[in-house]
Structure formats: C-alpha cells, structure tokens
Design a protein around this ligand. Structure first.
Ligand code: SF4
Length: 63
C-alpha cells in the first residue's frame, strides 16, 4: 500500500497523525499533514481508517 496527502488542501486537524503517527505527521513548516513513511502490514488498517475519516478527504491510498 502507498499513501499520500494532498497537503495543500489539508485542514491541519491532526486526526490522521493521531490515528497513525507512524505514517502521518503535521509538519511545522506549513501546519499541514504529510505522509512521511510508507504504510506497512502493521499500520495499513490505521492508514485506511485515517483516509476514511479525514474530514477534508485529502488522503489517497492505493496498492
Ligand atoms: S485528517 Fe485530513 S484534514 Fe486532518 S490533518 Fe490529516 S490530512 Fe489533514
């Protein structure tokens, strides 16, 4: 699985970082979320959850 964030349109709410900090973090340079690591078998479920729950719908995941 791969994941990316359309950071320009992220609201900076922090939900994705709280749900899966191994993959997402809010970066201080722009106060927006970025995917800084690729999902693994152990984080894939939380990455999917973050993508589903992102209020701005800006997390994209694909195989
Ligand atoms: S959940 Fe969505 S809107 Fe909130 S910080 Fe993450 S990418 Fe941005």
């Amino acid at each position: 699985m791969k994941a990316s964030v359309d950071s320009k349109n992220c609201w900076g709410c922090g939900l994705c970082e709280a749900t899966c900090p191994e993959v997402f973090r809010i970066e201080s340079k722009d106060d927006r979320a970025h995917a800084y690591a690729e999902p693994t078998d152990s984080t894939a479920d939380n990455v999917k959850k973050a993508a589903e729950e992102c209020p701005a719908k800006v997390i994209e995941i694909w195989d």
